[in-house]
Write a protein that binds this ligand. Sequence first.
Ligand code: SF4
Length: 336
Amino acid sequence: KLCLSCPGVHYVFDTTFSRNFSLLESQQEFVRRFHRQADDKKALPMLASACPGWICYAEKTHGSFIIPHISTTKSPQQVMGSLVKGYFAEQKHLPPDRIYHVTVMPCYDKKLEASRPDFFNQEYQTRDVDCVITTGEVLKLLEQEGVSLSDVDPAPLDTLLGGAAGELSTHPGGGSGGYLEHIFKRSALELFGIHVDSIHYKPLRNKDLQEVTLERDGEVLLHFALAYGFRNIQNLVQKLKRGKCPYHYVEVMACPSGCLNGGGQIKLEGQSSKEELQQVERLYESLRAEIPEENQAVKELYQHWLGGWGSERAQAVLHTQYHAVERTNSALNIKW
Ligand code: SF4
């Protein structure tokens, strides 16, 4: 816990907690879209929304064509913004603008996400996330202060509901949040009554493009994929434009190998980026993996703060919208 070495930091929360909400909402959104696919041609495939690198690209390059496919569920960073400036501020009897909320993230694009007008509270003139620093920047700050993490006594993380202090945790399904795995398993059960214990990923052209299917009597019931890195994303979008995308859901992430390999991660001298990534993956896998629907604090917040599972308030607080950026050539004023 960094607050011991960073004067002025009063509470430190784990973003895994807010990711519980992102996973639960994404899965429910997927089921809703699955049910309306016959009437709404853009309901599926549903494309993940947690990666701002991908969202920026989609809005700028493919605008109104692709936006209806993107999940409206907020990313874990922005759900945490709503929890901190909403729920937590209320608990502390503070207006949201009296809290300065900093997140530590693996990439620079999360700074762009935090600065989106959709996450600005007009009434209090404050952002849900005031500042984003990357893990690499945290290390630099500590070095500037002459602090070595190994000299700092570890302290437990804070929890939003108070009570027992938490330890770092994660979700099953890889280093980009486990969206595919969570949505696949829960939807297999909810839509078809099929329990999926473990997921078999089938690599396609490269390890950043893999697919997963659920079949019954030779019929494909669910067809999911993960597409990481812009090469795979571009191919996915082309398939979608040609009406040849076979998937119901795609976990899209801009970085090759996903978030653990984010551009803002710490770079260690003398280690290749491949070794570094393997080390980060090992550390990440060593954390306790939690199941979103089993988290008591999440249940309590849905019930008492959000007005219940699937409520209008949950929809308003935990979802967002996207904006097509109309690209014009200013000299010729030609719409691309
Ligand atoms: Fe950031 Fe890369 Fe993860 Fe996207 S995939 S959220 S750009 S670290």
